[in-house]
Design a protein. Structure first.
Length: 328
């Protein structure tokens, strides 16, 4: 694996291998000394053109726990505001010694451009691009699902998600999390059902390997193993609801995970959300804070999964050859 740009690029074996490595990484994190020497001397650049809490901080934690140096770049306050291009920004960071670039960008395809343009020559990890893909989010979701499939204290290494039923609910139109999860979870053998108002279903969704429904209560009545609530992305809509739904209250009534719907889920089913949550809109506080909610666990799992991704991309790669360029 040279880059991680999309979960559509992962076959079953490579996805399971990443999840297995994440389990090994998680095991190291319960030790007294959590830091591993694996990436000592390497530099990971976090290049964030869009806001983030979980992804940026967990990539930083993951890189540091592997002993890499980390450069955090946020577009706000940088020369991007003076008009500097993605190409010039990336080349500047590589000149400073980046061995891998983790990029979040509002433009779908920006990580692909960075990886394949020849501008830079290091592994690129997509940390979320526009409405396209968020592969490490899907990996941490698959990891969370896999752990909940295993017996308590059991070992889930080598397992896929064969036969699992996952209902993904809400703003599918704007969701890179939904796209990444549909690709990855189906590759791992799960059945994915998308539930959304017709206005928040993307054109071409019939080509996705997922069933589409409009009635959340009917989908819950079928007894899924997990419901994954999607954030309503108001920043990608022109106004609060952007005309996509009549009102926040109406959206919550039709598509929110209310206490009543929570109670209708099978006892073993888990409640997932990638965060950040709009409490009272796509998810009630009762559901978000319930014992079956994995929201906080998903964040913790994100560190192990991102350690695994950096390990797969960098640990086997040769250290870059020192050049005289840029030396004093
Ligand atoms: N789930 C997720 O990507 O969260 P952040 O936007 O906080 O990184």
């Amino acid at each position: 694996m040279r880059h991680l740009l999309s979960t559509a690029d992962l076959d079953r074996d490579s996805a399971v291998a990443l999840l297995d490595t994440a389990e090994e990484m998680a095991r190291t994190q319960s030790r007294e000394i959590r830091k591993l020497p694996t990436l000592r001397g390497r530099t990971v650049v976090n290049l964030f053109f869009e806001d983030s809490t979980r992804t940026r901080i967990s990539f930083e934690a993951a890189a540091k726990r592997l002993s890499a140096d980390v450069i955090n770049f946020a577009a706000k306050g940088s020369s991007v505001s003076k008009g500097e291009s993605l190409k010039d920004t990336a080349q500047t960071l590589q000149a400073m010694g980046a061995d891998a670039v983790v990029i979040r960008h509002s433009a779908s395809g920006a990580p692909h451009r960075l990886a394949h343009s020849g501008w830079i020559d290091v592994p690129v990890v997509n940390a979320g691009d526009g409405t396209h893909q968020h592969p490490t989010q899907a990996l941490l979701d698959a990891y969370t699902l896999r752990r909940h499939l295993s017996a308590p204290g059991g070992d889930s290494r080598g397992r896929d998600l064969e036969g699992l039923s996952v209902v993904v609910v809400g703003d599918v139109l704007h969701s890179r999390v939904a796209r990444s999860n549909v690709d990855l979870l189906t590759t791992l053998g799960a059945r994915v059902t998308l539930v959304a108002p017709p206005t928040l279903v993307p054109v071409g969704v019939h080509t996705w390997p997922a069933q589409v429904r409009y009635d959340l209560d009917a989908a819950i009545a079928e007894g899924p193993d997990a419901v994954m609530m999607l954030r309503v992305q108001r920043e990608r809509m022109s106004s609060a609801g952007g005309g996509y739904f009549p009102s926040p209250l109406e959206y919550h009534r039709q598509y929110g995970l209310t206490g009543t719907r929570l109670a209708a889920l099978p006892d073993h089913a888990i409640v997932m959300h990638p965060g950040p949550m709009n409490r009272g809109l796509e998810i009630s506080a009762e559901a978000a804070d319930s014992p079956r909610s994995t929201v906080v666990e998903q964040v913790a799992n994100g560190v192990s999964v991102r350690m695994a991704v950096l390990y797969h991309l960098l640990a086997g790669a040769p250290a870059p050859t020192p050049t005289t360029q840029g030396t004093p």
